[in-house]
Every structure is written in structure tokens, then in C-alpha cells.
Design a protein around this ligand. Structure first.
Ligand SMILES: [Zn+2]
Length: 255
């Protein structure tokens, strides 16, 4: 709570300048994902991506950030980070699409964005033992070889960061996922067996379809109410400073 965002500029050296930027963790996660997406799309460094972003010369780069909100407790996470203070309101205002997560199957090789969000939301981090790379940037891995099981689904998928995914693909690690989400990982080298459990905000969520359907209407209603309130506040603020009120198009929330 005591943290204040800060931006210091150190020009001691004549050849380069050092920026030191301090942001709350949730804003830093958003900023990192955006800068990394630009760096990946342009095959460049984070520093170059940052300057391109400031100049508006990045072209179209798409970034998906996933928030998870528990309707019973009101708890909200950005990826694996729990939001506190005013952060839940800030992120709710940024929401563009809503979905009620439930396990599902897919017929193509790749999972959809919503399915990836579900898998990352359950796992929290890469599921390899001792690896805490975020699930949000990890691959959605088919636990069993895709070729043997073309009609696979989210129950048979897990988050593995690129490095751990490569070790699995090379056959150096073997994964078995139990129905409760627990994973048994064995290392081919030394025959060690380790168990890992999901730690994401959806790790203990009820993800069966019946319950989700009941929640769907409620989610939609609550979100619309928050958005209406925010639009009203914005309109009043504009009127107070003498500007003409902006008309906010009320598009239906897509599911
Ligand atoms: Zn990993």
C-alpha cells in the first residue's frame, strides 16, 4: 500500500540513459506482456520494443491479458497475481470480453484463447517440478501425444514453459495428470518421481458446465452494472470540466 509508482531518469553517462520504473505488480505484469509481445513480433529487444511503443511505430500487436474473478468471494486475479485495493476496479474497466470457464474439447491441434486462459488459470505456473515460470506465457501442452488423441480437451492439457516443454518433447520427462489436477512427473534420467499441484486462481474452481451456466447470467449482469456506473462517472466528470459529454456506445458483452 505504501508503494508509489516512480520513474527516475539517470543521465550520468553521456552514452546512455538509465530509466528505473517502479509499478505495482499488476500494472508491471500488463506492461511486461505488452513489451514482450512487441519484442517477439518485431524480433527485437525489450528496450527497442519500448521505444517503438512510445513512438507508436509497433504496427498491430495483439496482447491478451486474463483476469479471473470469483463471483462468490469477489476475489480477482490478474494471471496468478491477486488484485487488492483499487486494482480489481481498474482491471474490470479494462475488460473487453467475458467468458465463464469450463472444461471443453477441441478438434483442431491448437486450443482456443479461452481454453488457454482456462489451462493457465488452473495451473498458475509451469507444471514442471520446481519451475515457477508463469502459466500465462507457457505453452498449452497436450499431456499425451496429440497424434494418438485428435479429439482432446482441456482436461488433458497442462502449462509448460518453453524450456520444460522441450525437455518433455525430447522424452526426458514424463507426465501423468490425475483427475484432480495433480500431476506426477518422472525424470527418465534418474527415475525420480515428483508430484506437482495446480496453484492458479482456478485450481479449486468448479469447472463443470451446469454450474457455469447459472453463473453466466449473473456475471453478465454484474459486469454491465459496473460498466454503466463507470460510464456515468466519466460523463459527469466531462460535464463538470465543461466538455461535451462523450457518448459511449453500449455494445452487448460478447460470450
Ligand atoms: Zn518450466
Amino acid at each position: 500500500p505504501d508503494l508509489s509508482p516512480d520513474f527516475t531518469i539517470d543521465t550520468t553517462d553521456t552514452d546512455y540513459t538509465v530509466f528505473q520504473i517502479t509499478l505495482p505488480t499488476d500494472e508491471a505484469i500488463g506492461a511486461t506482456r505488452i513489451i514482450d509481445a512487441i519484442a517477439t513480433a518485431h524480433n527485437t529487444s525489450r528496450a527497442t520494443a519500448f521505444t517503438e511503443l512510445l513512438h507508436g511505430t509497433t504496427g498491430e500487436v495483439k496482447v491478451t491479458l486474463n483476469c479471473y474473478r470469483n463471483l462468490d468471494t469477489g476475489d480477482m486475479h490478474l494471471e496468478n497475481h491477486k488484485l487488492t485495493g483499487i486494482a480489481p476496479d481498474t482491471w474490470m474497466r479494462r475488460v473487453t470480453d467475458l467468458t465463464v470457464p469450463s472444461h471443453s474439447t477441441h478438434h483442431g491441434r491448437l486450443a482456443t484463447e479461452a481454453q488457454k486462459a482456462l489451462i493457465a488459470g488452473i495451473d498458475g505456473t509451469c507444471r514442471a517440478p520446481g519451475c515457477d515460470n508463469p502459466a500465462a506465457t507457457a505453452d498449452a501442452d497436450h499431456i499425451h501425444r496429440y497424434d494418438n488423441n485428435p479429439h482432446t480437451g482441456t482436461r488433458e492439457m497442462q502449462s509448460l514453459c518453453r524450456r520444460c516443454h522441450i525437455l518433455k518433447t525430447l522424452g526426458l520427462t514424463d507426465y501423468t495428470r490425475l483427475t484432480d489436477g495433480t500431476t506426477i512427473v518422472s525424470s527418465i534420467d534418474d527415475n525420480h518421481t515428483v508430484t506437482t499441484v495446480p496453484t492458479g486462481p482456478l485450481a479449486h474452481a468448479n469447472l463443470t458446465f451446469d454450474r457455469c451456466l447459472a453463473h453466466k447470467t449473473r456475471t453478465r449482469k454484474e459486469h454491465q452494472k459496473l460498466r454503466d456506473t463507470w460510464n456515468y462517472i466519466t460523463r459527469c466528470a466531462f460535464q463538470n470540466v465543461g466538455a461535451s459529454a462523450i457518448i459511449v456506445e453500449e455494445a452487448p458483452i460478447p460470450f
